[in-house]
Design a protein around this ligand. Structure first.
Ligand SMILES: Nc1ncnc2c1ncn2[C@@H]1O[C@H](COP(=O)(O)OP(=O)(O)OP(=O)(O)O)[C@@H](O)[C@H]1O
Ligand SMILES: [Mg+2]
Length: 436
């Protein structure tokens, strides 16, 4: 974990925090911030940034792309390009991180609901490795990639290293890739990834996001949260916030058009970005909601003209009803645009009365979405997962051990990681050849 001023950059959770609160930053600027902070006080050249962040092919207009990402970082850190506290531009060369960065052991308690073994193991990799753990730690430091990008011979972006290798899911990825390709060509699409908790919905959507980003799309993530503290429209608010942080004011003004006053009800800072917005005229609640829906839909459709956009809306089983109606409205309105929606939800949480069930029913009738259902990993995939982590072939008793884990976990990657974590923590790991 890296600390500077009142910020923390946490490699395990892969996030930036300020005073303990997560500061939202998209994947690419976060990758770049890690890169700069890790190389603190050294110049990191533009070429190296392009190669490390976008891979060997680079981005089309690399200078403008780097600048756009640096702007996002500065905004997140409250930094000023003219009087920098953290990120210094070295003209025509690159960037340098200034300020006092301290390397500290990571916090011990992982985020609730997010305890993948790799995080625990990665944390351990910073301590002296005991027998067997070195192999795991080694795997995590080795350059693993978003596997779908391996095909292209690209270098992994720094953020991909935080997760282990992506296993299997070839058919599901093919469906997502096809939908992304179609959206890039102006055939918007909606794919819903469904499955039980821990089966890999978020991960699959992230892999799809990496592919979409690689193809030049802007990937925006919005989540829904459980319980009463969850605020309405949270996923859309996150997505819009993330998007507007990357756009200049005049572009926002054009893309939002007449809808800006309505969208500003969801995201009040829009009024700071586009001053002198008229108040939206009073209407009955239904009229107001319709105006909001139209405003958001036209905005996203317009925005995707400048650059294709993939929205990853996660944990939709927790979405409030108005968010789901907005999603439905968007799915109807986005035809012919370069928008791609990937939703994820736990199918086991839905019963007939759940608002998502009704929305999915409507969308199905109108043939507006495609479903990708995730099941457990197969025996050979579980084996592959273990072999990737252990960096060794599993045979004989090792293979029997894999079968035992498969029986226990039904191929659920989250539970598999939990088993591994338990083995590491209890000191039994990681010589799985002996474990059978
Ligand atoms: N195909 C895969 N290859 C390797 N690791 C995977 C794969 N799928 C999921 N994982 C890992 O398993 C863990 C659980 O996956 P993920 O968080 O995507 O599950 P989920 O279905 O979104 O769960 P939830 O319903 O709780 O949100 C993560 O650490 C993820 O990286
Ligand atoms: Mg998830």
């Amino acid at each position: 974990m890296l600390r500077f001023a009142d910020f923390e950059l946490d490699r395990g959770a892969y996030e930036l925090r300020r005073g303990g609160q997560v500061v939202h930053l998209e994947r690419i600027p976060l990758d770049l911030l890690f890169l700069l902070a890790e190389r603190r006080s050294q110049l990191v050249a533009r070429d190296e940034i392009v190669e490390r962040i976008w891979g060997k092919g680079g981005s089309q207009d690399s200078d403008a792309s780097i600048e756009a990402e640096v702007r996002k970082i500065r905004r997140a850190l409250g930094d000023d390009a003219n009087a920098p506290r953290f990120i210094v531009t070295v003209p025509a060369k690159g960037y340098r991180f200034m300020g006092d960065v301290r390397e500290e052991p990571p916090a011990t308690n992982p985020r609730p609901g997010q305890t993948p073994a790799v995080e625990a193991i990665r944390d351990r990799s910073e301590q002296p490795a005991r027998h067997g753990e070195a192999r795991l730690a080694g795997e995590l430091d080795a350059p693993s990639t978003v596997s779908q990008l391996e095909d292209d011979g690209r270098q992994p972006v720094a953020g991909d290293l935080a997760q282990g290798r992506f296993i299997g899911r070839a058919e599901e990825m093919a469906a997502l890739r096809a939908a992304i390709d179609a959206a890039l060509g102006g055939q918007a699409s909606l794919v819903m990834v469904a499955g039980e908790p821990g089966i890999g919905k978020t991960r699959l959507a992230e892999e799809a996001g990496a592919y979409a980003r690689h193809r030049g799309a802007h990937v925006l993530v919005g989540r829904c949260y459980e319980g009463e503290s969850a605020s309405p429209y949270s996923a859309f608010v996150e997505v819009i916030r993330e998007y507007i942080s990357s756009r200049p004011d005049d572009a926002l003004k054009t893309e939002m058009g007449d809808g800006a006053s309505d969208i500003a009800k969801l995201v009040p800072e829009i009024r700071e970005r586009i001053p002198d917005l008229p108040p939206s005229p009073p209407a009955d609640p239904n009229g107001e909601r319709l105006r909001l829906f139209n405003g958001v839909a036209s905005f996203l459709v317009n925005a995707s003209k400048a650059n294709p956009i993939m929205l990853h809306l996660d944990d939709l089983h927790w979405a409030d009803k108005p968010s789901l109606l907005l999603l439905q409205h968007l799915a109807r309105r986005m035809k012919g645009s370069r928008l791609m929606l990937v939703g994820a939800y736990r199918d086991v949480e839905l019963d007939r009365r759940h608002p998502l069930s009704a929305v999915l029913g409507e969308l199905r009738r109108e043939r507006l979405y495609q479903r990708v259902l995730l099941r457990g990993l197969t025996e050979s995939e579980v084996k592959e997962l273990f072999e990737a982590i252990l960096q060794q072939k599993l045979e004989g008793p090792g293979a029997a051990f894999v079968r035992a884990v498969l029986r226990e976990t039904e191929g659920n990657p989250f539970f598999i990681e939990e088993v591994l974590r338990h083995l590491v923590e209890s000191g039994h790991c990681i010589d799985a050849r002996a474990a059978g």
